[in-house]
Design a protein around this ligand. Sequence first.
Ligand SMILES: NC(=O)NCCC(=O)O
Ligand SMILES: [Zn+2]
Ligand SMILES: [Zn+2]
Length: 460
Amino acid sequence: MTTLIKGGQVVSPSGALLADVLVDGETIAAVGAPGTLTGDETIDATGKYVLPGGIDAHTHMEMPFGGTHSVDTFSTGTTAAAWGGTTTIIDFAVQAKGTSLLSTLDKWHSKADGNCAIDYGFHMIVSDVNDQSLKEMEACVDGGVGSFKMFMAYPGVFYSTDGEILLAMQKAREIGATIMMHAENGIAIDQLAAQAVAAGNTDPVQHGLTRPPELEGEATSRAIQLAKVTGAPLYIVHLSASQALAAVAEARNDGQNVFAETCPQYLYLSIEDLAKPDFEGAKYVASPPLREKSHQADLWRGLRTNDLSVVSTDHCPFCFKDQKELGRGDFRAIPNGMPGVEHRMDLLHQGVVAGELTLGRWVETCSATPARMFGLYPRKGVIAAGSDADIVIYDPSATQTLSAETHHMNVDYSAYEGFEITGRVHTVLSRGRVVVSPDGFTGSTSHGKFLSRSLNQYLN
Ligand SMILES: NC(=O)NCCC(=O)O
Ligand SMILES: [Zn+2]
Ligand SMILES: [Zn+2]
């Protein structure tokens, strides 16, 4: 049975083109000039965009963190992702200290396999660098995990020393894997945070005040130099600060394999949200922290210059009630993370509407580049014959208001409550199956498949 998506504008990094798309089973059979293709069934996309499904390369479903767990399961989180036009997530398997990478990978498979509404892959968080874990990095690549996240933050939890980072980077260079870095100087930050609490400053805004952008910039530069010494490709995750962006831009201008992502929260929210009274600021506690609004213009510029190549969400939701509230009286106990997996495509389309991004850059940063960065292209990230039929039909003239009242994430608040958006998802296909339509969610949480990923295609 074939499905013809007709009358729409197919969007790629090169822009929009009036074209019809023929879907046959799980793949795209053809893309043709309007009126040149026929199908058994038809979806009318007249006046709408036809996008490659969004790829969110940074999510944390069911993540053990801060003495609790992020509240979206793989089922609820991938369903919410589909509602928002994301058809692939790359989540993080989290190595606990004292455990092996391979048992960690098995554990995340047991969480996700058979429980996802859309396709999914894994990065590996390496929190315990030792001979065994370095050796197992190679086996992880064989298991379809080609990217390893390390932390210069969170001492005693995920933190690695510069020496441990260097060893992992040397291994990554040897096996062709990418090192992803949470670049904040966690050792200095912990001192600033302790001093704030000792002085009686315990509100959520202190989370931002004790993690200054200079300490993200310093750590980013340090990670870049370690990558330069080892030759490892480096991907800076959730970049929030102008200082960090400047370090990335300088390295890229020098031709070093350094890439970086930012997240919608850093483009639209600020430390003023962290400063909201009555503990409301806890809803916006994530690391790196929301910055002064002045950083936003630099980040939008970075998305235009490609010094920021990807927009991910770092979706790591904790309910305000009972979870974020763990930090009443001491901001350090507020679980770090924010919800957002459902709104990335809409918020970045709002950037197109506002003239910050072109249509092509919207698709490139939200789908095509994450596909290439993490070894999924051209299976994912493009509307082309032979690619998976992961397709979003997007109505650019619709309007919507984001709210916890209407979102599908399993969390009791929205970081974007009340945001007015121009544009909304109309229909979503995952490997040829309509999973979201004007009738609602029509997919299933057993539909998604694990994506064994090749290595970073920017390097090969
Ligand atoms: N970002 C955040 O605050 N929580 C998720 C874990 C991480 O990405 O550091
Ligand atoms: Zn992180
Ligand atoms: Zn994260």
